[in-house]
Design a protein around this ligand. Structure first.
Ligand code: ADE
Length: 267
């Protein structure tokens, strides 16, 4: 089997929650083909006291428990080296917001716009460390002296970083050439071009009296592409106008957008 293109080294207190998701669908296939790998490391395996303690009370008082620094440093350094030679990402609601652009950057390495060419020979496997936090927080020395990047998957708090790490693994893996059956899939995805996706339809052509837009049945690929682009722009303008400021728009897109905006004002 070829060496994996991207290896996620995951540090967690709950490795068992990853199994079923990683063993399903696209990620399972990608792992079987040696394109990505996720290695799970139980932080508790790096505790050396009788009770394998990974958390403790916060200095200064207050509720909740704090994850101790020693097992986290020991686990990460044992697996990734001291100091680690790859990005070490902490999943935390205090992190930078994880976006599709960031997913692509993590898949290809620093600020690379180019996708690696499939068949261009084996690229050395890249590794990404992912630390999943639990409890009230993690000792600040982990943030300051071990972690290179902090990521949040959204402005809400979930029970631990495990779900967030799965979100990152999934979104990053989709950018690895060969992971998606349709190589253009990731480029068409909502957010990849900075816009939301157009509406999709499949058979039957009529369901409970609801039809399919005539144009999609026309076989005219040029008109269909233009219709889809307009739908993307319309949706983005209606649902996420904030995205339009950063989207990559052509002259034709800008004209269409003007039309959409003027229609909305007339309504
Ligand atoms: N851990 C708890 N909440 C989180 C969030 N929103 N993103 C990443 N990690 C988290």
């Amino acid at each position: 089997m070829p060496s994996p293109f991207l290896v996620f080294e995951v540090f967690t207190l709950f490795p068992e929650v990853f199994g079923p998701y990683l063993a399903s669908s696209i990620l399972q296939r990608a792992r079987q083909r040696g394109l990505v790998e996720a290695r799970l490391h139980n932080i508790r395996d790096w505790t050396y006291d009788k009770h394998h303690i990974t958390d403790d009370e916060p200095y200064g008082g207050g509720g909740g428990m704090v994850m101790k620094p020693e097992p986290i440093f020991a686990a990460v350094e044992a697996v990734l080296g001291a100091p680690p030679a790859c990005p070490v990402i902490l999943l935390t609601p205090q992190g930078r917001l994880f976006t599709q652009d960031l997913a692509r950057e993590l898949a290809y390495g620093e600020e690379t716009e180019q996708r690696p060419t499939p068949g261009a020979g084996p690229a050395p496997a890249r590794r990404l460390g992912l630390i999943c936090g639990r409890y009230e927080g993690i000792d600040e020395r982990v943030h300051q002296h071990l972690v290179t990047q902090e990521l949040s998957i959204g402005d809400y708090v979930i029970t631990g970083g495990e779900l967030a790490a799965l979100v990152v693994i999934d979104a990053v893996s989709r950018w690895i050439p060969g992971v998606l059956g349709d190589p253009e899939g990731v480029v068409d995805d909502s957010h990849a071009s900075g816009l939301l996706e157009y509406p999709h339809y499949t058979r039957p052509p009529e369901f409970r009296g609801w039809g399919v837009p005539e144009i999609l049945l026309s076989g005219d690929h040029g008109r269909i592409a233009r219709w889809r682009r307009e739908q993307s722009l319309r949706r983005t303008w209606q649902r996420r106008p904030d995205l339009l400021e950063r989207a990559r728009l052509s002259e034709a897109d800008l004209k269409l957008l003007e039309k959409i905006k003027s229609e909305t004002h007339e309504e």
